[in-house]
Ligand binder design. Structure first.
Ligand code: DC
Length: 218
C-alpha cells in the first residue's frame, strides 16, 4: 500500500481545476500531476504520426511509450518543449476523443501513479478520485456553470491575443462535457466520497483556501 498522501481534484473542462490544483500543490510543497496533459501528449503524438482517433492499438502503443518530462511548469516530449502546443484547441478536442478508449487509459495508469512521491501529490483530471487514486485522502469535484467556464476561457484567450466567440465556446464546452461524462470508460463523475465545490461565483483564492481548509481538517 502506498502511504504517500494524495489530493484528487476532478471536474469538467475549464472549471479552473488546473490552476487550483497547482496552487494547492505549491501551498503544501507537494508534487502536481496534470493528467489531462498526458492525454493531450498522446493526442499530439497521434496528430504528428497521422494516427487516426479510432486506431486503438496504435494509440495505445503511443501511450505506452510516452516518456514526458515535467519541469518547472514546462513539459518536454521526445526532447522538445511542447507546453504551448498541447494547449491548442485541436489537441484538446482530439485528447477528449481518444480518451474514450479503455486500453489507452489503462496504458497511462502506471505513468500517472508514478507521480505519487513524498511528501504528497495533488492530481487533477477527470478520474483521479474514481480510478487512478481511489484511496486519495481528499477528493474534490470542482464544478462551475458552463456559462462561467465559457466566460473564463474567453478571458484567457483574449488575454493571449486570440479572438474567440462566446457562443462557439459554449457549444464546444457542452460537447466536451457530454463526451467526457457519457463515455463508458472512467466517465467524468464525482466519486461517492468526493466533496463538491461549485466555483461559478468564487475567486481562485477562495477555492484554494477551501480545499486547504478541508485538507487541514483531516
Ligand atoms: O483537462 P484537459 O482539458 O487538459 O484534458 C483533456 C482531455 O483529456 C479531456 O477532454 C478528457 C481527457 N482526460 C481524461 O479523460 N481523463 C483525465 N484524467 C484527464 C483528461
Amino acid at each position: 500500500m502506498n502511504e504517500v498522501p494524495v489530493i484528487a481534484i476532478d471536474g469538467p473542462t475549464a472549471s479552473g481545476k488546473g490552476t487550483v490544483a497547482q496552487r494547492v500543490a505549491a501551498a503544501l510543497g507537494w508534487h502536481y500531476l496534470d493528467s489531462g496533459a498526458l492525454y493531450r501528449l498522446v493526442a499530439l503524438r497521434a496528430l504528428q504520426a497521422g494516427v487516426a482517433a479510432a486506431d486503438v492499438a496504435a494509440l495505445t502503443r503511443l501511450a505506452r511509450s510516452l516518456r514526458p518530462q515535467f519541469d518547472a511548469g514546462r513539459v518536454c516530449l521526445d526532447g522538445r518543449d511542447v507546453t504551448d502546443e498541447i494547449r491548442r484547441e485541436d489537441v484538446g478536442a482530439l485528447a477528449s476523443r481518444i480518451a474514450v478508449h479503455p486500453p489507452l487509459r489503462a496504458a497511462l495508469l502506471d505513468l500517472q501513479r508514478g507521480f505519487r512521491c513524498p511528501p504528497g501529490l495533488v492530481a487533477d483530471g477527470r478520474d483521479m478520485a474514481t480510478v487512478v487514486f481511489p484511496d486519495a485522502g481528499l477528493k474534490v469535484f470542482l464544478t462551475a456553470s458552463v456559462e462561467a467556464r465559457a466566460g473564463r476561457r474567453h478571458k484567457q484567450l483574449s488575454e493571449k491575443g486570440f479572438p474567440s466567440n462566446i457562443a462557439i465556446l459554449l457549444q464546444d464546452l457542452r460537447a466536451r462535457d457530454e463526451r467526457d461524462s457519457s463515455r463508458s470508460a472512467a466517465p467524468l463523475r464525482p466519486a461517492k466520497d468526493a466533496r463538491q465545490l461549485d466555483s461559478s461565483d468564487l475567486a481562485i483564492d477562495e477555492v484554494v483556501a477551501q480545499i486547504l481548509r478541508w485538507h487541514g481538517e483531516r
